[in-house]
Design a protein around this ligand. Structure first.
Ligand code: PGD
Length: 761
């Protein structure tokens, strides 16, 4: 039997020696395996592992209440019986005294691959069955898109699930205009698992077939085509100028606009009346007006795919970047044609461009959450700091409940959230914070009770990535480290103590659930899949890969017969619904709204460098930051910051130096990497280095400096707008100086002080 498993960054087989994986080999069907697989090597027995349930000393001695969490206090290791009893009693106390909405189990995070053990789902199920919980909506990845696009095109699944494949592009497309570029590093990952990295190499294949690529980004991560180094945050200005040229030079597809869109005249007037032409856009974008005009003409001359990365909506007014890109594709009139129209996700995740569709393999059905309270996921600090205050969301107004208990599994908010010093204050407010973690991440350090969770390699599951070429039997490859338990077992234990054990487990063991889910998926499917036992023995199952029609092809073919679920039945180039929401920061027409922080803002006088805080190349988000592939990219043990040689010279910075990166929100250390692949005035510091505030090194405001290079000490906790309330962590203004002297050591991968409790086994 092939003993293998899968991860968000690749399916694999493993060589196990003693208790740990010593070699991780990619799946044979993978044409372009990810080096991230190497991070799994040695992970299970890494010293950063949480080995036993642990309780913060102050909570154990004084009970629940607000506290200075994350201040380095010691944890007392206790037995599972004690830990589960403490958590169960606290759940009961909070529900009885403060009501169900006082439990926040939104528990956002990518967790691990596997349809059954997905940690946030386990926690949601427990709390839904206990009477409900305050949940979270959307994602840090695509909140602005997921909220705005339904108003514009009705079915957001068309956009996200039917992105043009690179095969289609190679066959049909003359030109790809890639806003945000097409960075290969993001193609290593597909949520839920990826067996073959089919999108990797796609741009190269297209160029070999004759397609042109223009890559518009302040950072150039390789890849073929021409690089246009735009000033960050100004894509909307460029798009408006392109549309201006198309309209004024008679290149707009007026027949398509009339047949398939609503509001084209208003959009045209808005752009022309404001004078948003190529000459104007040259100012903010830093690009040449003649080049902009020439690009518009080239786009109209053949089949053009406009792609826009997810990162471009992870900024203030991100809704309007997406809307403007849609408008540009609509004015070109190629939406619904193979290899044309709008692509959203090429260069952001490995599924876009792969040509693969959803496997249709579901997880355990989620019980209804009886509590209506929720937050847009990126408003976690506002929730904890502002009980009773109101927020706008997608045309409605809502109130933050008074949360007393936070229960988190499968996410790392001290990685993913912005303005970490503010988040730290917010995490000080609730009575109790419970975290299930595999490792002593910064979030685990900010908890009162930490429950050790297994890795995927220590349990059984089924890998069914969002769009994968295979289903993967995730075999148990090694024994759990220490006393780690599956999140399912942890929640089942709590459910048992709280009197809902049978309802929680559904009377099935995990293996019985896997068989049940597989059999349900296989029923009625043609060609008939093998039995569960045969699938499990074989280790994987290749799925059919039908070639799928382009997004919006049916609508384009006959807009009357297949209208979109929008007010007009057509693509909304203006939106009466968004206008009716009356939001000052999100008008009803796609607009150029100057970002609060960009190189043209007054704040740039003090903080003259534009930070791009994007996805890292050596790991997924913050996962396995200590792994070999992640550590290999660090400089002086800290996250590498890329800076243009001219900006480095102006600051006396050499490659390999330790840097202090700072603004009014905080500061971190990073390692200098000089590179011509970033535009002048731009620095790039990826996310995911575990937050490591050093008490002995303070910034001007007296806050501890993160000595490991987490850019979220610098980013603003500011929503995209009142429409989506999405994450805007991608951009911030900063200054960089050389750090002279002995920098404090990085302690992020060492566990906090731990002592054995009396019942500790
Ligand atoms: P991960 O590092 O994947 O980040 O944020 P997210 O919180 O998802 O965290 C997953 C955590 O779950 C890890 O700590 C891991 O150890 C733990 N874990 C994994 N498997 C299991 C399990 O089975 N059980 C348990 N209990 N725990 C498990 C990602 C988020 O960050 C995202 S999606 C995006 S797109 C955002 N991007 C940006 C950005 O572009 N710029 C900035 N500045 N900030 C961002 N933050 C966002």
């Amino acid at each position: 039997m092939t003993r293998g498993s899968t991860s968000h960054w690749g399916a694999f087989t493993a060589e196990v020696s003693g208790d740990d994986l010593v070699a991780v080999l990619p799946h044979p069907a993978d044409p372009a395996p990810s080096p991230l697989l190497d991070n799994l090597r040695g992970a299970s027995r890494h010293p950063a592992r949480v080995l036993r349930p642990a309780v913060r000393r102050g909570w154990l001695e004084h009970g629940p209440g607000p506290a200075d969490r994350g201040a380095g206090e010691e944890f007392v290791e206790v037995g599972w019986d004690t830990a589960l009893r403490l958590v169960a009693d606290e759940i009961t106390r909070v529900r009885e005294r403060h009501g169900h909405p006082a439990v926040f189990a939104g528990s956002y995070g990518w967790a691990s691959a596997g349809v059954f053990h997905r940690a946030p789902d386990r926690v949601h199920r427990l709390h839904a069955l206990l009477g409900g919980f305050t949940g979270s909506r959307d994602s840090y990845s695509t909140a602005a898109s997921r909220v705005v696009f339904p108003h514009l095109v009705g079915d957001v699944g068309e956009l996200f699930g039917r992105a043009a494949s690179w095969d289609d592009v190679a066959e049909h497309t003359d030109l790809v205009v890639a806003f945000g570029g097409l960075p290969d590093k993001n193609l290593h990952v597909i949520n839920g698992g990826v067996t073959g990295h089919l999108a990797r190499g796609g741009p190269e294949r297209a160029v070999a077939a004759g397609t042109g690529i223009v890559s518009i980004s302040p950072v150039h991560d390789g890849g073929p085509g021409t690089w246009w180094p735009i000033v960050p945050g100004t894509d909307v200005a460029l798009i408006r100028a392109l549309i201006h040229t198309l309209f004024t030079e008679g290149l707009a597809d007026t027949a398509f606009l009339q047949r398939c869109t609503d509001g084209a005249d208003r959009l045209r007037a808005d752009i022309l009346d404001r004078g948003h032409d190529a000459g104007w856009a040259a100012g903010p974008t830093g690009l040449a007006a003649d080049d902009i005009r020439a690009l518009a003409r080239r786009m109209a001359a053949g089949r053009t795919l406009v792609t826009v990365t997810w990162s471009l909506q992870r900024v203030p007014h991100g809704e309007h970047t997406m809307w403007s890109a849609l408008a540009l594709a609509a004015v070109l009139g190629q939406i619904g044609l193979p290899g044309g129209g709008l692509g959203h996700g090429h260069g952001s995740m490995g599924n876009a461009g792969s040509g693969l569709g959803p496997s249709g393999f579901g997880g355990v059905p989620a019980p209804v959450n009886p509590v209506a309270d929720f937050i847009p996921c990126a408003r976690i600090a506002d929730l904890l700091l502002g009980p009773g205050t109101t927020f706008d969301y997608d045309g409605g107004r809502h109130t933050y409940p008074d949360v007393r208990l936070v229960h988190w599994a499968g996410g790392n908010p001290f990685h993913h959230h912005q303005d970490l010093h503010r988040l730290r204050r917010a995490f000080g407010r609730p009575d109790t914070v419970v975290v299930h973690e595999q490792f002593w991440t910064p979030t685990a350090r900010h908890a009162d009770i930490v429950l050790p969770a297994t890795l995927t390699t220590e349990r059984e599951d089924i890998g069914a990535g969002r769009s994968d070429s295979h289903l993967v039997a995730m075999h148990r490859l090694q024994a759990p480290a220490g006393q780690a338990r599956d999140d399912h077992e942890i929640c089942a234990g709590l459910a048992g103590l709280l009197g809902i054990g049978e309802a929680y487990t559904g009377g099935r063991t995990p293996r019985e659930w896997l068989r049940h889910l597989y059999d349900g998926w296989a029923t009625g499917r043609e060609p008939r899949p093998p039995s569960f036992d045969d699938f499990w023995e074989a280790g994987d199952l290749a799925l059919p890969r039908p070639r799928r029609p382009p997004a919006f092809a049916r609508f384009r073919g006959d807009p009357q017969a297949h209208p979109l679920r929008t007010p007009s039945g057509r693509i909304q180039l203006v939106s009466p619904t968004i206008a009716a929401a009356g939001l000052a920061d999100c008008p009803g027409v796609p607009s150029w709204l100057e970002p609060p922080e960009w190189l043209g803002a007054p704040a740039a006088a003090r903080f003259p460098l534009h930070l791009i805080a994007d996805q890292p190349a050596g790991r997924l988000h913050s996962q396995l930051d200590f792994g070999p592939a992640s550590v290999a990219g660090k400089v002086a043990g800290r996250e590498a910051l890329r800076i243009h040689p001219d900006d480095a010279a102006a600051r006396g910075v050499s490659d390999g130096d330790v840097l202090l990166v700072h603004n009014d929100r905080g500061a971190c250390l990073a390692g200098a990497r000089l590179s011509g692949a970033v535009r002048r005035g731009v620095v790039q510091l990826p996310t995911g280095a575990w937050f490591d505030p050093a008490e002995e090194l303070r910034d001007d405001a007296g806050r501890p400096v993160c000595v490991h290079g987490n850019p979220n000490v610098l980013t603003a906790d500011r929503p995209t707008s009142g429409l989506a309330q999405g994450c805007t962590g991608q951009h911030a203004l900063v200054e960089v100086t050389r750090f002279d002297g002995e920098p404090p050591p990085v302690r992020a991968f060492r566990p906090p002080p731990l002592v054995a409790g009396t019942d500790h086994r």
